[in-house]
Design a protein around this ligand. Structure first.
Ligand SMILES: *[C@@H]1O[C@H](CO)[C@@H](O)[C@H](O)[C@H]1NC(C)=O
Ligand SMILES: *[C@@H]1O[C@H](CO)[C@@H](O)[C@H](O)[C@H]1NC(C)=O
Ligand SMILES: *[C@@H]1O[C@H](CO)[C@@H](O)[C@H](O)[C@H]1NC(C)=O
Ligand SMILES: *[C@@H]1O[C@H](CO)[C@@H](O)[C@H](O)[C@H]1NC(C)=O
Ligand SMILES: *[C@@H]1O[C@H](CO)[C@@H](O)[C@H](O)[C@H]1NC(C)=O
Length: 413
């Protein structure tokens, strides 16, 4: 009898010791730390692949043998690297849902210092743009129409008093404005006056100028050109050019292709030391069918997901006096959320992307540090100068959220 009890006890202890808690609350309420990046999950585990309009995120993985896993989906911040995650969060991290918006994609968030406003847009057939005024105790959201209007701006970058927009919409008959083809448009954020500086490539219309940056030293404008406008049905002209990434020099008007190897070049960002340029390829969101008039969109204005398609952030070295990029290499295959959409580099070189239900923060080599989680699909984000650029606003499908942490953004200048 005694022998049996002893055996049972030993067995129970062994079983208890084998219980794995991959996730645990750490540092602060709402923060969850993962054991070794959750590299080893107890069997059985399963995550449903994204497919068509269906998508899920990392926290939706089923891990029935570990009840601690439920913490992941509910967390505000998920730390893969506790030490560096703690440094990113600082002492008082927070995330607040600020505004409800439509389920359309929201893009081109840009902060204008001095004016203390964030501008952003909606990827729908509208000429209304959004502005958040941060100059009062509680921020306010309103709309405006630029003069002349900009039809579906998708990327925005603040440079020397102007907002540089990459325009996605392509429309011969925009209500309230002249014909507009994708390209680069500058807006004075104080007067809303706009000036188009690029609207074609040797007579062909771009399909969709998606995201844009300005190199602060050379003034070169870099922008990505995928096919999304066509699929989202905010373009009335079928793709005439292959998807690619370009460099435009506003001083001379010259446009040069810098990479033509991506089906859906999307986010683009420059490191603060100007040594590296990052571009994401989000081909996993879109159509894999040939680009033609026969395939105008996935059937509804929207995007279809393909689990094995590309959703990768590539890193390049900037060479030739800031004119070209070489050494393309993947640093991050972002399946945590959906696809790596908005892309920016923090002041310390960390790479941040908006993907699915939040932001992924990784180091310059792609090793994950943490996830910020939203209750809506995050499309893009921007730092404001609050607390010396320690505040980030996320815009997406259904919501706008504000994050306060210690990870500083590059200065808008
Ligand atoms: C993806 O979804 C489609 C449509 O619902 C379905 O026919 C197909 O089997 C799914 N593919 C996979 C790999 O699950
Ligand atoms: C924002 O607020 C500051 C301080 O109250 C004020 O000096 C500034 O003029 C305001 N800016 C705008 C654009 O209203
Ligand atoms: C072009 O603009 C008109 C008027 O604003 C709008 O009704 C139409 O849907 C737009 N077409 C496309 C393809 O974006
Ligand atoms: C999904 O993407 C893969 C890789 O690009 C491709 O081979 C496959 O045909 C795609 N599937 C569909 C249904 O588009
Ligand atoms: C997200 O949370 C906010 C605030 O808690 C709520 O107002 C909003 O409806 C939520 N959105 C979704 C899509 O659940």
């Amino acid at each position: 009898m005694r022998f049996t009890i002893a055996l049972t006890t030993t067995f129970t202890l062994a079983a208890a010791a084998a219980v794995i808690h991959i996730a645990q609350e750490c540092l602060l309420p709402g923060v969850v730390c993962l054991q070794k990046h959750a590299a080893k999950l107890p069997y059985p585990f399963f995550r449903e692949p994204v497919n068509g309009t269906f998508f899920n995120t990392f926290g939706d993985t089923e891990v029935p043998e570990d009840d601690s896993w439920d913490l992941v989906a509910k967390a505000d911040f998920v730390l893969f690297d506790e030490e560096r995650g703690r440094q990113v969060l600082g002492e008082y991290p927070s995330i607040d849902f600020m505004f409800e918006v439509s389920p359309y994609l929201h893009e081109s968030p840009v902060f204008v210092p001095g004016l203390n406003k964030i501008f952003f847009s909606e990827l729908s057939p509208t000429i209304d743009q959004f502005v958040i005024d941060l100059n009062s105790t509680s921020p306010t959201l309103s709309t405006f129409v630029a003069d002349p209007p900009i039809y579906v701006p998708n990327g925005a970058f603040y440079h020397e008093g102007k907002v540089y927009y990459s325009v996605a919409g392509s429309n011969a008959t925009v209500a309230g404005g002249p014909e507009q083809r994708p390209g680069i448009v500058l807006m004075d954020p104080w007067t809303y006056k706009t000036t188009t500086v690029l609207d074609n490539y040797f007579g062909f219309a771009f399909t969709d100028c998606d995201d844009v940056i300005v190199d602060p030293i050379t003034g070169f404008v870099w922008f990505t050109v995928p096919y999304y406008s066509w699929w989202l049905e905010v373009a009335d002209i079928a793709p005439q050019l292959k998807s690619a990434t370009y460099r435009f020099d506003p001083a001379t008007g010259s446009t040069v292709v810098v990479n033509d190897e991506m089906r859906s070049p999307n986010g683009i960002a420059l490191s603060p030391d100007r040594r590296h340029l990052y571009i994401s390829d989000t081909a996993a969101a879109g159509l894999s069918a040939p680009i033609s008039l026969d395939v105008p969109s996935p059937g509804i204005p929207g995007i279809l997901f393909n689990n094995t398609g590309k959703r990768t952030i590539y890193k390049f070295d900037l060479v030739d006096e800031g004119r070209a990029i070489i050494n393309k290499r993947p640093i991050h295959y972002d399946v945590i959320g959906t696809v790596p959409d908005g892309l920016k580099v923090a002041r310390n070189g960390y790479v941040v992307t908006a993907s699915g239900n939040g932001l992924s923060v990784m180091d310059q080599f792609g090793d994950m540090i943490l996830r910020v989680q939203t209750n809506f699909t995050a499309n893009n984000f921007i730092w404001t100068d609050a607390n010396d650029y320690r505040e980030v606003w996320i815009v997406g499908q259904g919501g706008v959220a504000r994050v306060k942490w210690d990870l500083q953004g590059q200065r808008a200048q």
